[in-house]
Design a protein around this ligand. Structure first.
Ligand code: AMP
Ligand code: MG
Length: 346
């Protein structure tokens, strides 16, 4: 299958199986009006709802125009594939410094911070490993240990240098940056910032599983976000109730590589070079989507016990739910202390 066709297939999978989503209300019979727009962007579905204030409808529509423009800009700058974007220009630069936009520079800086916070489980220099596993899927043949070890030598946050005046330099010719694990979160935060700047405070933004909810929902209650049951994705395993928070879910049933009939996660452990195997999904709740996006990806690598321990150690800033496959075929849910506060109880 061609690369383009494969990407399209992956998008279709995401469309069918978005891992978390807004529910109209947790038991409320009221369904107040909302204005909604949806687009395909950043290789996924972007859905934005704003609670409708008829008197301000044209202002709301104008705000959407600005938000879509900003999201398209972030998408083209941070895409691995757009050859004129910042990421592709860095990846093609050899060892020369490249001038990038303030946003790309900020995301790279944040990425280094999340690498430190997760002991390297989150690492945007997984690019060469992502390419290796994609190639393996095209050939329907697992990479050899030799190929993995060789590829690993180009992976690690120290291979990217952030210089003055928004310049970025790679320190290894084979290093490639892939912002697929964090760019959507950054885009969500930007959309929320732009709405608030226009005085719009009650909204729901979803960029393929990276969600931010502003204020109360359109019925005047906290927003309810459903998290799918990995055993049966037509069901919900948990509901969380949140206000002015981001909720991101990363999962292995959302996007994957199929090699020899086996489904491999698209999230790769930057230490071993292999896709993570045990975690079915990881959900993170926090104030900023750039953080929940990076951490949800990292928790898939860290696993249930280690991931939950780390989130608990971050003194209440973050909440997490990690769902792990057991050898028996059943699942185990790991909830951080803070998560219990958000969980909807009927
Ligand atoms: P997400 O859906 O946010 O969990 O991001 C997954 C995407 O991030 C993958 O499709 C890769 O492009 C990239 N990625 C894979 N593994 C990692 C990792 N360990 N750290 C950072 N990004 C990763
Ligand atoms: Mg992520």
């Amino acid at each position: 299958m061609s690369r383009r066709k494969k990407e399209k297939t992956n998008r279709k999978v995401i469309f069918l199986l978005l891992v978390s989503f807004a529910l109209p209300g947790c038991g409320s019979a009221r369904h107040d009006q909302k204005y909604s727009e949806t687009k395909m962007l950043m290789g996924t579905i972007v859905k934005i709802d704003v609670c409708l204030d008829q008197a301000r409808l044209s202002e709301i529509k104008d705000a959407y125009v600005g938000v879509w423009k900003r999201l398209e800009d972030i998408s083209s700058r941070m895409s691995f594939f757009n050859e004129h974007g910042d990421v592709a220009r860095i990846n093609q630069s050899g060892l020369n410094p490249v001038s990038v936009g303030e946003d790309t520079y900020d995301v790279l800086k944040e990425s280094k911070g999340f690498s430190r916070l997760t002991d390297g489980a989150f690492d945007v220099t997984v690019g060469p490993l992502v390419e290796l596993w994609k190639e393996s899927e095209r050939n329907n043949s697992l990479p050899s240990q030799e190929e993995i070890s060789e590829t690993l030598s180009a992976v690690g946050p120290d291979n990217v240098q952030l210089l003055a005046e928004q310049h970025v330099r790679l320190l290894n010719l084979k290093t490639r940056i892939d912002l697929g694990g964090i760019a959507a979160g950054y885009a969500v935060d930007e959309a929320a910032r732009l709405f608030r700047r226009q005085g719009i405070t009650r909204f729901f933004i979803d960029v393929g599983g990276d969600i931010y909810v502003g204020g109360k929902n359109c019925s005047g209650e906290p927003w309810c976000i459903g998290i799918r049951d990995p055993r049966d994705v037509s069901k919900i395993i948990d509901i969380v109730q949140v206000t002015d928070k981001s909720v991101t879910t990363s999962g292995d049933y959302e996007k994957f590589y199929v090699i020899g009939g086996h489904q491999w996660s698209h999230i790769i452990n930057p230490v071993t070079g292999y896709p993570q195997e045990d975690v079915t999904s990881a959900t993170v709740i926090a104030d900023r989507a750039v953080a929940t996006d990076a951490l949800a990806t990292a928790l898939c690598v860290l696993g249930g016990e280690e991931g939950t321990k780390r989130i608990d150690a971050l003194s209440g800033q973050y909440a997490s739910l990690i769902i792990v496959k057991q050898e028996s075929g059943d699942i185990r849910k790991w909830e951080s202390e803070e998560y219990k506060k958000y969980k909807y109880k009927k």
